[in-house]
Design a protein around this ligand. Sequence first.
Ligand code: SF4
Ligand code: SF4
Length: 171
Amino acid sequence: MNEAPLEKELALTDKFTQKLHDLSYEATNQCVQCGYCLPACPTYESMGKESQSPRGRINLVKMAAEGKIDLQKDLAEPIDLCLGCRACEVACPVNVPYGQIYEAAKEVITENQKHEHHKKQNSKPKIQTKAVKFTLTNLFPHRKRLRTLGNLTWLYQKTNLNKVVQKNKND
Ligand code: SF4
Ligand code: SF4
């Protein structure tokens, strides 16, 4: 049976996944999962979790580069907690370039965080702009509507309805 091309097997969801794939995928495939690096890793020694070991991190980077896990939800914390000491690289019998994998993951995660932050920042003014636009197009050209709105506001204040509403909110 013919193997599907690698590209077809990958769910490269976005440019960050693609970049991580370009920078680290080949290196992650060099890991033979032997675990010789585990005793050399201070975070694995102190936390005892596979996800905080070099082998675990390499696996996570590989899965993220395949689009199988989320960069922020699943990969950011293990990479953030890595000390970058590269003691694992020295202990590795097949010379997996852990430093390269780690730096690639850090770079892509940081870029992705900045991108998400900008997206959030840009979405706020859009809502405000829409509200202003709505007011300008629907109220200002129509004196009658503006007058009605003004009368309603006046009535709301004069009848002490605002105080009743406020009291109900506080109760
Ligand atoms: S760089 Fe240091 S802390 Fe990070 S995985 Fe390797 S040995 Fe562990
Ligand atoms: S990084 Fe090296 S030592 Fe660690 S599991 Fe992979 S092949 Fe083994």
